[in-house]
Design a protein around this ligand. Sequence first.
Ligand SMILES: [Cu+2]
Length: 174
Amino acid sequence: MYQQVAWIVSVVLIALLAIAFIYVAAHSSKNGDSAKVAAATGRWRNRLLLGVTLLCLPVVAYTLTTLPYARHAISNMGVVEVQAKGYQWYWVLSQTELPVGRPIEFQVTSADVNHGFAIYGPDMKILTQTQGMPGVTNVLRYTFEQPGTYKILCLEYCGVGHHTMMSELHVVAQ
Ligand SMILES: [Cu+2]
């Protein structure tokens, strides 16, 4: 949404600049005495400034009414939400196939005791982690840059089956 507005504003400003350049180029070969030229240039500069200002006013006004930007409005663009709930001794995930390159928001909680929610890359290096806690939802955001099989391991000792607590995420190209 904001990107689109910014894009349209940019295109309009670029078009105005182009028109100004074309106007100047088209009139550059004309002869005239310098006083007349200076007066005409001043007039046109003032008109151009006025025009640009008038064009920009609605944009500026609109932008000001939306400041400070609603954080979620910007940050939720294209976010994939995944619910993750820890149990002794497994994870229940709302989905395990995820797109590459899009921010993923893991909403992590627990049904029983504290669990660690750690995401490991295909090379088994830890990438990010949070805690799954009963009665609390922790938000963990991560964007996978490469497709592949990622693992979720528990980083908090949560009982005798702790070491078996492992899930897979399949990150796929869109
Ligand atoms: Cu554990």
